[in-house]
Design a protein around this ligand. Structure first.
Ligand code: GAL
Length: 823
């Protein structure tokens, strides 16, 4: 009896201890309710594998400083379970450490388990072994699939529970997500898809996480799943259940980049506009996708053809620098929205349409009211008479009046500084101007020359099935015996290969004959090349190189990858055309590169393969290059400039930087000729830049990959290039500009470095943009440059109010200050 008493006492005590600091997360139709308080939350996506564990604290701190209270991440199944039931949570896959870093900063977390994530991530996060399981069918009522999905989801939930990281356990995670945007593609899945979504909901619920579950873009989300919105604008979104709050899980802050694509750019004005509209129209939770995009290291990028950089034009750039003015303009918006939390979540709402796309929204409680004045017209500015006062509301903007009187913020009036980032040469001691290289060829003797593989089949097999995603590279090799009078020998012969749209290199009898890849898109293509065939034996060797497996679309997992049927030899003899289909010949397969098998990318390469320092080849395909370098001094982010190279893979000290492809020039026709205008609906094609330039020239080398003393860079060059121009550089703020109206308080900052000079300053009516400001007739009586030199030079940042008191009298109607400071 005594035993039972103390046993139950222990249970009761641990129950209270366990729940003592539990955070209670519920919701009503208005908002999430955390420990009884209705919340206005602002969140941002940071994907842990797209940076390093060493970068996380800084990124999360900058997110917090930028006014976020929540960090959202997906969980990347194929990274964690690369081989079935073999798990990896090390390094930048340390999910628990990432969530704890968020917790340490006092922020909330949203865990989007998926485990399908899309995310421009290889195969949308699905492991390729899953595709290769007999009887599997993805994202539908299929036992094989559902068992694996449940197994992984449960594993993640259990790991999180063991560390008490759900809010219900006192941890930071306030929401969990199951599936991802299935609603966008579910039509073709028919009844199976509908049953699957119900199963997802039941399965998630059964895991007992103690926080609400969300499903994004799922209009038929079963209760109690909360259906959330993803897109560039979500102000018109309505969840399917009156007790679900209006939540926006992905506000795309820019867009991802593809090889051959231009640089995406979403203006700070438009992004802020979309956010303000959302909160004006009753939204209470919004997440930036991405807040920090980062880098697709290794072979993690999806596709096909997603670049290694996943910068996304996000508020924090690929390297973690504030992308200004976006970061700062949004920070001001967040402060204003947070100050209105109570009215936004409790106020009675009055919307008034004033015509010509102008409307006002008043949130009023007994104590206080907050107002939005919005002008959704994409061209005409408005003067809105409101409460007896005239407010100037530019086209495509929202003014926020937290007390319904003073305009605290307008989405089109940007006062945050613009930072111009520059690349600086590596100034490490004794670092020579150009790097010294050694090289060696990729060994293609057994493959291209001898046609020897490890697997054989009388058909062309899907690259996913054959290579199981162990490598980008797969050799397909077959022999053709031709009599000497065969028209393929006597006439003109052509090799014709149909390809799924990845990269193809073709060899005939050991000779390289050509390569092809998809131009500006990921469409299938047919490679065609005249070839010289011999009487007797001929060897056709095809090397397919994937550039990220497809991550989106209905049944995208079934898209066949690599070389497709038919592979043909075509003979032309006069008008006669003879086609020989090789598809059902005996094919030999070999997965991966010989150099990778021999670990050539490792610093202390264990293999006996020799590198040569003699006559470093240029424009030689299938070539390995190696060099050493010293880490740039200081702690600014490091990049390597790979201009001059073709396509391949790069490693520093054995860490993969990802695929490189600086020779892929961004489509010249993708850029608009008209200037970028923030007004009007944004799309990923709008405001893009850098057409006709290399899609990606610089590759991030995280500081934690580097060490004191000698570092090693290894490149595998697939097409042929010239490494002589390769350089390590740092990314730093070059100049910081402010352009703001009288009355505003502004800040100039060089982020941890002193401001060295004031290049330009004018109070009056200066014209132009950062880098090309000009004074006009209207100019203040005092010298703005010397005032700011005294105020700012030598300091890391300075803030001041723009006023006549400070800068002297200026006789123009509307006065502004423009400053350009050198860091
Ligand atoms: C969404 C998806 C995200 C990401 C985004 C585009 O549809 O949910 O994972 O792929 O599109 O960047």
């Amino acid at each position: 009896m005594e035993f039972f008493k103390s046993f139950f006492a222990a249970i009761i005590i641990s129950f209270f201890l366990f729940h003592a600091n539990a955070t209670n997360v519920t919701h009503d139709g208005r908002s999430l309710i955390i420990d009884g308080v209705h919340r206005v939350l602002i969140s941002g996506s940071i994907h842990y594998p797209r940076s390093t564990a060493q970068m996380w604290p800084d990124l999360i701190r900058k997110a917090k400083e930028g006014g976020l209270d929540t960090i959202e991440t997906y969980v990347f199944w194929n990274a964690h379970e690369p081989i079935r039931r073999q798990y990896d949570f090390s390094g930048n896959l340390d999910l628990i450490r990432f969530i704890k870093t968020i917790q340490d900063e006092g922020l909330y977390a949203v865990l989007r388990i998926g485990p399908y994530v899309c995310a421009e991530w290889n195969y949308g996060g699905f492991p390729v072994w899953l595709h290769n399981l007999p009887g599997v069918s993805f994202r539908t009522k299929n036992d094989v699939f559902m068992n694996e999905m449940q197994n992984f989801t449960t594993l993640i939930v259990d790991m999180i529970k063991n560390e008490n990281l759900f809010a219900s356990q006192g941890g930071p995670i306030i929401l969990a997500q199951i599936e991802n945007e299935f609603g966008n593609v579910m039509g073709p899945y028919g009844a199976g898809g509908k049953e699957y979504i119900q199963w997802c909901s039941n399965m998630a619920e059964s895991l007992g996480v103690g926080v609400p579950w969300i499903m994004c873009q799922q209009q038929d989300a079963p209760k109690p799943m909360i259906n959330t919105c993803n897109g560039f604008y979500c102000d018109e979104f309505k969840p399917n259940n009156p007790s679900s709050p209006k939540m926006w899980t992905e506000n795309w802050t820019g867009w991802f980049k593809s090889w051959g694509g231009a640089d995406p750019y979403r203006t700070a004005e438009d992004l802020a506009y979309s956010v303000a509209r959302f909160y004006q129209k009753g939204g209470t939770f919004q997440n930036y996708y991405m807040y920090h995009g980062g880098t697709n290291f290794g072979r993690t990028s999806g596709g096909p053809y997603i670049t290694t950089t996943y910068d996304y034009n996000a508020p924090l750039d690929e390297y973690g620098n504030p992308n200004q003015p976006k970061w700062g303009h949004l920070k001001q918006l967040h402060d204003v929205l947070h100050s209105m939390e109570y009215t936004l979540t409790h106020g009675d709402v009055t919307n008034t349409d004033l015509g010509n796309s102008v409307s006002t929204t008043v949130y009023s409680t007994k104590e206080k009211s907050s107002c939005f004045l919005s002008n959704a017209h994409n061209q005409t500015d408005a003067v809105v008479k409101f409460g007896g006062i005239d407010y100037y509301v530019p086209a495509w903007s929202v003014s926020i009046l937290p007390d319904c009187k003073d305009e605290a913020y307008n989405t089109a009036k940007v006062y945050a500084q613009t930072s111009v980032l520059v690349k600086k040469p590596n100034k490490a001691e004794d670092e020579p101007n150009s790097l010294e290289w050694v090289w060696r060829p990729e060994n293609i003797e057994r493959t291209a020359v001898q046609g020897k593989g490890d697997h054989h089949a009388n058909r062309i097999i899907d690259q996913k099935a054959m290579a199981n995603d162990a490598s980008d590279y797969l050799w397909y090799m077959t022999r053709v015996e031709l009599p000497k009078d065969d028209p393929l020998v006597t006439g003109k012969a052509t090799l014709r290969v149909t390809d799924s749209g990845h990269v193809l290199h073709a060899y005939v009898n050991g000779e390289y004959i050509g390569s092809q890849w998809a131009q500006y898109g990921s469409q299938k293509y047919v490679f065609e090349k005249e070839v010289k065939l011999n009487p007797g034996k001929n060897l056709i060797s095809l090397l397919s190189a994937t550039v990220g497996l497809q991550n989106y679309g209905p049944m995208f997992d079934l898209n066949v990858t690599g070389v497709l049927s038919p592979v043909e030899l075509v003979a032309h003899k006069g008008n006669e055309k003879v086609v020989k289909d090789l598809s059902s010949h005996k094919w030999s397969y070999k997965v991966g590169l010989d150099g990778v098998a021999n670990k050539l990318y490792e610093t202390d390469c264990p293999s006996k393969l020799k590198w040569s320092a003699d006559s470093i080849p240029v424009d030689r395909n299938m070539t390995w290059y190696k060099t050493t370098f010293k880490a740039p001094l200081g702690n600014a982010p490091v990049v390597v400039d790979l201009l001059g190279l073709g396509k391949g893979h790069a490693w520093v000290n054995g860490h993969s930087l990802g695929r490189y492809w600086p020779s892929y020039i961004a489509d010249e026709h993708a850029c608009q000729t008209v200037a970028c205008d923030y007004r009007g609906a944004y799309s990923d094609k709008k405001c893009v830049s850098k057409c006709g330039e290399p899609t990606q020239r610089w590759y991030h080398v995280p500081r934690s990959f580097l060490k004191d003393g000698e570092n090693t860079l290894v490149l595998f060059e697939e097409f042929g290039g010239n490494p002589s121009g390769v350089q390590f550089q740092t990314v730093e703020i070059g100049t910081a500009c402010v352009n703001a109206h009288e009355g505003k308080k502004v800040e100039l900052s060089c982020h941890n470095r002193p401001i060295s000079r004031i290049n330009f300053a004018s109070f009056g009516d200066p014209q132009g943009v950062c880098g090309s400001f000009k004074k006009t007739e209207c100019e203040s009586t005092e010298d703005a440059v010397s005032i700011l030199e005294k105020e700012c030079v030598g300091k890391e940042s300075c803030s001041f109010e723009i006023s006549e008191d400070k800068f002297g009298k200026a006789y123009c109607a509307i006065k502004r200050l423009a400053v350009e400071a050198v860091c």
